[in-house]
Design a protein. Structure first.
Length: 375
């Protein structure tokens, strides 16, 4: 009786969706007025430079205990702030530094807001032969709906005109083709035209389809994807789909841009598919294996809690990513700020904060959390 001991850090409360809220700790002394609060203010992990940045960030939150942390260690490296024109350049920088780190990369982590954000870096690391470990399984970026559509186009043209591939692409863009028009495993365009011979409006649609497929047959994967998007009209289909379905055209186009850039690395559709198969097997291995001496860690902010690394990279420090586009109001932003604080304080010696600047047409907006720090 009257013997209760509780340890916690309200600044690291990042599981509101599980019912964990900083208010529970803030109200503890109201529930137990005789309780005494003991503040553990010495940080034995991070350098003063990292703690200073993290402190500037978290003190913006209102719903917290006021506190000051000091580092047990001496001064170290300055926190790095790096901007990049696009995500590809950002990922290339991370991959190059991890490759150059050699065995030391096992003491490094790249921490993302969500699993989805990590997928493109994982693909690049696989291509460059940089070993990595993941605490959670990633969804392959080649499995996005956009990538699957483009893969189906390439497969239909270069791998046997299979009915399953045709069903995926036949109305992307809209061509008014019915599944009942295809009754063989291998699609025969002459049979398709015969099926619609009594419908004059289909004549020009099928003529263009036949012409497009013949042109694609003469192209390499990169040129073919470019033609599918602009010549066939797939980009316009994506734009219309986004308008009608409430999706974001910019995100769909970025998925198509990314896939097209990957296609440029391969001379044939077969080589591209072989690479995708290899990459997805590597994803399975990375999720199954335990962290090793030479494996960089790819983690979400939630999964990083409780861990520590000599070097931490926080990419995509942009509005909409962190704070997440679905968490932009009131206490949601405070929770996102706590997540960012947790991610920053995983670093023992080196912390790198990165963002995408974008273009004039599609600028990338710096995360408000970097503004909190003073950038």
């Amino acid at each position: 009786e009257n013997n209760l001991f509780v340890v916690g850090d309200d600044d690291q409360s990042i599981y509101a969706f599980r019912g964990a809220r900083p208010e529970l700790m803030l109200g503890f002394q109201k529930d137990y007025p005789q309780a005494r609060r003991v503040e553990l203010s010495v940080n034995y992990r991070s350098t003063p430079e990292i703690l200073a940045c993290a402190g500037k960030l978290i003190c913006v939150n209102k719903n917290r205990f006021e506190k000051k942390s000091r580092a047990a260690s001496g001064h170290g490296e300055a926190v790095r702030f790096l901007g990049f024109p696009d995500r590809e350049a950002q990922n290339e920088r991370i991959a190059r530094e991890l490759l150059e780190a050699g065995a030391e990369r096992g003491k490094a982590a790249v921490i993302f807001r969500t699993n989805r954000d990590a997928a493109q870096l994982a693909e690049l690391l696989t291509r460059k032969g940089v070993p990595f470990w993941m605490r959670e399984k990633l969804k392959s970026p080649y499995r996005s709906q956009t990538a699957l559509d483009l893969r189906a186009y390439l497969a239909f043209v270069f791998a046997g005109q299979k009915r399953s591939d045709f069903f995926r692409i036949m109305n992307r863009p809209k061509r008014y083709i019915s599944r009942s028009a295809v009754d063989t495993e291998r699609v025969d365009l002459d049979r398709l035209k015969a099926f619609y011979r009594d419908k004059p409006y289909m004549k020009e649609i099928l003529r263009k389809l036949e012409l497009d497929l013949a042109r694609l047959k003469r192209m390499d994967p990169y040129a073919a994807v470019n033609y599918i998007r602009r010549g066939v009209g797939y980009d316009e289909y994506l734009r219309q789909s986004a308008l009608e379905g409430g999706g974001k055209w910019q995100e769909l186009r970025q998925e198509a841009d990314w896939f097209q850039k990957q296609a440029k690395e391969f001379a044939s559709q077969e080589e591209l598919e072989e690479h995708i198969l290899f990459f997805e097997k590597e994803l399975e291995k990375a999720a199954a294996k335990k962290t090793g001496e030479d494996c960089a860690s790819l983690l979400t902010m939630h999964a990083s809690k409780g861990l520590e690394y000599d070097a931490v990279y926080l990419p995509d420090c942009n509005e909409g990513t962190i704070p997440h586009k679905k968490s932009m109001k009131g206490e949601q932003v405070e929770e996102e700020r706590r997540m960012f604080y947790v991610a920053m304080t995983r670093a023992r010696k080196r912390l790198t904060l990165m963002w995408v600047e974008g273009t004039k047409e599609e600028p990338g907006f710096l995360s408000r959390f970097l503004s909190d720090i003073g950038l």
